[in-house]
Ligand binder design. Structure first.
Ligand code: XMP
Length: 509
């Protein structure tokens, strides 16, 4: 594999994705990981990522310099390059205005890294510091107008440094540069593909589980469904998938998921109806954080009870993905301010009476979808919009009770149906309805009405971290509005949410 040491760059995951797309397995390690952990991977090459820190600051991220003795090729990108330069006695300094965005790179010396590339091409930069004096034994292999040492190499030790980012799409030939590093320099084998991943995972799960039973919380989302498919292939009927109906689900949600998984995989899902308990506990609760806490805690209790009813299970399978477990340094994720206490309905407390199986722990979302396709899961299930763990509770700002949830469910179903009909569903990140605790006056059939307001939210996003509202065509919004007001009893006004994230969030609570 290729080991990527994360110095906190926002692009670290992108580097990992690019390497995997080239057919080589990549693993991300935090710069705080131990040297032993790195050695344990027996990497055929090491990439040092960029990062937000400055090498000139005290206690800036650093790793054990013994990595230079392992004898495998090393590629430092941005901060990674500056770190290498400073280790070998070069000089790094503040580069005045820095270099951000595009620049034209000129190659001045042949190297395996730039093999097969044109003499000049566009690269993408994002750095304040720069390597001002190269260390001994390092040679410049390319420069830009602002950066005389844009790329350097120590040919004896097979160490490369790039001030620009080959992993971003704005850098021309970025993939070729990474491919050269993998295949010309590290001599890595392109043997990573999802077909072999599936076979190996199934074997691993079989070995681990033996004759025991496995339970799995199905949430209706992609991750738990694909986990179910994989574990089912490995242990068959000894997998017990459990679906907890919290009473906060979308229209026909439980039925739809159970049917889709039954038809595609022959999975028999155990439905556990806890809706009354959830509704009782949420009565008169309006504070969003309290709602989330109540739901999180109750879910755990209900899940444990339901698992007991099913019978003795030693293992619990979870659909944890790679981005959830990467411990990224310096990226602000550690100790970040609490915006919302996210809780995944598939998620569980820290101390649990089960051994965990997390077969998707090394995969990215798009890889999970591909695995799901290979395992025969329907497209409809794999490309559903994300749905928050606390369900409709965080979209029902009016008092949480059966009647209001019914209004919200019907309105939401109309939003989704019309957005699908208009061909927008798979083009956007998420769309849904929100029931506001606001009543306003209307007139219907010559009579005064005084009823609730529904807000429609539709956003585009790449990862849910930032988002923008979708400019849906006015005709579509009009159709949705008319349908909701005419068909959903209790609503006489529909508004469209035109806020981006930040400063708003995607969900309303
Ligand atoms: P926000 O509202 O924080 O949402 O902008 C970002 C993305 O996360 C989803 N979301 C959740 N997902 N458990 C989840 O599994 C949660 O508690 C939760 N809250 C929000 C939200 O739907 C959006 O896609």
């Amino acid at each position: 594999c290729i080991a990527i040491i994360d110095f906190g760059s926002q692009y670290t995951q992108l580097i990992a994705r690019r390497i995997r797309d080239l057919g080589v397995f990549s693993i991300i390690l935090s710069w705080e990981s131990s040297y032993q952990e790195l050695l344990g991977l027996s990497p055929s090459g090491i990439i040092l990522s960029g990062g937000p820190s400055s090498i000139l600051e005290e206690q800036s991220p650093s790793i054990d310099k013994k990595i230079f003795e392992i004898g495998v090729p090393i590629l430092g990108i941005c901060y990674g390059y500056q770190w290498i330069a400073s280790c070998f006695g070069g000089k790094v300094e503040k580069g005045g205005k820095g270099e951000y965005g595009r620049s034209s790179l000129s190659i001045i010396k042949n190297s395996a890294l730039f093999e097969g590339l044109p003499a000049h091409f566009t690269v993408w930069n994002s750095h304040g510091d720069r390597v001002s004096i190269l260390p001994k034994d390092f040679e410049v292999i390319a420069f830009t107008a602002d950066e005389p040492h844009a790329a350097a190499c120590n040919f004896k030790k097979n160490i490369y440094g790039l001030q620009f980012h080959p992993e971003v799409t704005h850098t021309e030939h970025g993939d070729k540069i990474l491919a050269n590093f993998l295949f010309e320099i590290c001599h890595a084998e392109a043997n990573w593909n999802l077909g072999s991943f599936i076979e190996e995972s199934i074997e691993e799960i079989r070995q681990k589980v033996g004759k025991e039973r496995v339970i799995l919380g199905i949430s209706g989302g992609v991750d738990s469904s694909v986990t179910a498919a994989l574990v089912h292939k490995a242990v068959g009927e000894r997998l017990y998938p459990l679906f907890v109906d919290t009473g906060l689900l979308r229209q026909n949600e439980a039925e739809t998921i159970i049917k889709l998984l039954q038809q595609s995989l022959g999975l028999k899902i155990h439905l556990f109806d806890a809706s009354q308990q959830f509704l009782d506990r949420l009565k008169n609760v309006a504070d969003p954080e309290r709602k989330r806490k109540i739901i999180g805690n109750l879910f755990i209790r209900v899940f444990e009870k339901a698992a007991q009813d099913i019978g003795e299970a030693k293992f619990l399978a979870q659909g944890t993905l790679y981005p959830d477990i990467i411990e990224s340094a310096g990226s602000g994720r550690k100790g970040a301010a609490l915006i919302k206490s996210h809780h995944n309905v598939g998620g569980l407390p820290k101390k649990i009476p089960f051994k965990l199986i997390e077969p998707l722990r090394y995969l990215f979302k798009d890889e999970v979808r591909k695995v799901g396709t290979l395992l025969g899961l329907p497209h409809e299930l794999l490309y559903r919009h994300p749905f928050p763990g606390p369900g409709l509770a965080v979209r029902c700002l009016a008092p949480i009770k059966e009647q209001n949830l019914r209004i919200l469910r019907q309105a939401d179903a109309i939003v989704i149906e019309e957005i699908k009909k208009a061909g927008f569903y798979e083009k956007i990140w998420q769309a849904f309805a929100v029931l506001l605790p606001v009543r306003s006056v209307g007139v219907m059939g010559d009579k005064r009405t005084y009823e609730y307001t529904v807000a429609i939210r539709a956003v585009e996003s790449v990862d849910g971290m930032t988002a923008d509202w979708v400019k849906l065509p006015p005709e579509l919004l009009s159709t949705i509005s008319n349908k909701i007001i005419n068909e959903v009893e209790g609503v006489n006004r529909v508004v469209y949410d035109i806020s981006s994230k930040p400063p708003a969030t995607i969900e309303w609570e």
